[in-house]
Design a protein around this ligand. Structure first.
Ligand SMILES: Cc1cc2nc3c(=O)[nH]c(=O)nc-3n(C[C@H](O)[C@H](O)[C@H](O)COP(=O)(O)OP(=O)(O)OC[C@H]3O[C@@H](n4cnc5c(N)ncnc54)[C@H](O)[C@@H]3O)c2cc1C
Length: 455
């Protein structure tokens, strides 16, 4: 029997895609990159996946795990000699517990589905990102996804209580901890969180929830200097209800503002724009505190223009300004994207250094700069002409060389994937690389899982 037939025998007809069903999928959210390998395996349970991995292990068959394929680091790309394992059928929300504020979910559940199920029980799942309708819990654990509210509730890592995973040889690891405090030996789940699928395939998880918030206040403000921006961040951090501090520089804001007046809440031409969000449990008091905060930063001259959302509709509209990734795709393609972390005081100097470095090599340089400044994290999209993608290695080298001068991190939340793999050794201590190599080799000695990802 060939491999496809053997896998079909384990997972049934619904569990295996071949031919056009494989080629019609993309492994990248922004460009069409079909899997090069012939099969997508869709197990319906941990047991099925374990059996599939035992078979792959016997055959030395490399696999690439697929969640929602919204990852932007090339981590889900499938080579010609690899097969994809999709968690899409393991999408059951098994439990939402209002007493212990947790959810037990299959890895294929989307972030949005978990948010909605939590909301129906008076709870809130705080990880929130533009791709939440498609990105899965498994994928967000594998990439340790961040998103818009990290400065209040942390990254995905801080919201995972426990998980279950299948190793390269089919071994099932159940670390489905439900307790906040548990120091019983190694915290095994950490080996899988942020490992980008190189240590095991996450199949289920226990996620932390918080009580549903009663209030959400959102303001969109403009500042006229870098110092005002940093001072504003410092002042906003003192708001106990602060949940997001999202900055958009003019190169980004002008792009999104041009797409329609509903995405231009303030006049253009300022130094930077900030979406500030606060969420709390007392509607009246929270609104008063937020308005008093806005008034004080305006009176003190930190903010030069501002709009305060007066309804849920306006809140959604203001967030749509910040979530304008599709404008970048439409107006700036092809582009190289990045999500670096660095000291907030260095952001502008870093972006200037990247721009001037690129200008030495390319006549056309366009940038779009925005991000989660409250978490030290900015997204920088770069376009250097029609052959930007062919120039990607050089563009990234210029950007990451600039980053090293400021001691920044190569990736804040998207991960290394395949795209940034070559740069990893320059940004990680040799001792760290040794530990990472030892962990990976111990769990997947044959190198079957996401072979070309990370290092
Ligand atoms: C419009 C847009 C906005 C985004 N905004 C953010 C943001 O604000 N913050 C952020 O952090 N990211 C963001 N992302 C990136 C992306 O959504 C996240 O990385 C997300 O966590 C990926 O989840 P996924 O299910 O799509 O994973 P995939 O893209 O399918 O996979 C990502 C990586 O994880 C591995 N993987 C997937 N599932 C599993 C599993 N069950 N077990 C083991 N390994 C697995 C894959 O092999 C791959 O290496 C954004 C993407 C888009 C398109």
């Amino acid at each position: 029997m060939d491999l496809a037939a053997e896998i079909r025998a384990l997972v049934g007809d619904r569990g295996l895609l071949t031919g056009d069903d494989v080629r019609m999928r993309s492994c990248d959210p922004f460009r069409n990159v079909p899997p090069e390998g012939p099969l997508i395996v869709r197990p319906a349970s941990t047991e099925e996946l374990s059996a599939v991995m035992r078979l792959c292990h016997e055959r030395g068959q490399c696999v690439v795990t697929h969640g929602g394929r919204t990852g932007v680091a090339g981590g889900a790309f499938v080579g010609a000699d690899e097969i994809a394992i999709s968690l899409e059928r393991m999408n059951v929300i098994e439990e939402i517990c209002p007493v212990t504020s947790l959810a037990v979910v299959g890895a294929g559940v989307t972030i949005e589905a978990l948010q909605n199920a939590a909301a129906a029980q008076g709870l809130f799942y705080p990880i929130d990102l533009g791709a939440k309708g498609t990105a899965t819990i498994g994928g967000s654990i594998a990439t340790n996804a961040g998103g818009n509210r990290v400065l209040r509730w942390g990254m995905t890592r801080q919201n995972v209580l426990g998980l279950e995973a299948v190793l390269a040889d089919g071994t099932v690891v159940s670390a489905m901890n439900r307790l906040i405090k548990n120091n019983t030996g190694y915290d095994v789940k950490q080996v899988f969180i942020g490992a980008e699928g190189t240590t095991g395939i996450v199949t289920r998880a226990v996620m932390r929830l918080v009580p549903a918030l009663a209030s959400q206040s959102v303001a969109f403000v403009a500042v006229d200097s870098e110092q005002a921006l940093l001072d504003l961040l410092g002042r906003a951090r003192k708001l106990p209800t602060l949940s997001a501090f999202e900055v958009m520089w003019p190169d980004y804001y002008d792009l999104v503002a041009a797409s329609g007046t509903d995405r231009r809440p303030l006049a253009q031409g300022r130094h930077a724009y900030v979406l500030i969000e606060a969420m709390g449990y007392d509607r009246e008091l929270d609104a008063q505190v937020f308005e008093a905060f806005l008034e004080s930063v305006y009176t003190d001259g930190l903010v030069v223009d501002a709009v305060l959302a007066a309804s849920d509709k306006q809140i959604a509209e203001l967030w749509r300004v910040r979530e304008g990734a599709e404008c970048i795709v439409r107006e700036m393609s092809p582009f190289v994207s990045s999500d670096v972390s660095l000291d907030v005081r260095d952001v502008s100097r870093f972006v200037d250094l990247v721009r001037s470095g690129l200008a030495e090599h390319y006549p056309i340089v366009r940038t779009a700069t925005f991000g989660h400044l409250g978490d030290n994290n900015i997204h920088l999209a770069l376009h250097v002409g029609p052959d930007t993608l062919a120039q990607e290695p050089n563009v990234e080298r210029i950007m990451f060389d600039a980053l090293r001068t400021f001691g920044g991190a190569l990736t804040a939340e998207h991960g290394i994937g395949q795209f940034k793999r070559a740069f990893l050794p320059d940004h990680k201590h040799p001792g760290e690389m040794t530990v990472m190599g030892a962990v990976r080799a111990a769990l997947d000695p044959a190198g079957l899982l996401n072979r070309d990802v990370l290092f």
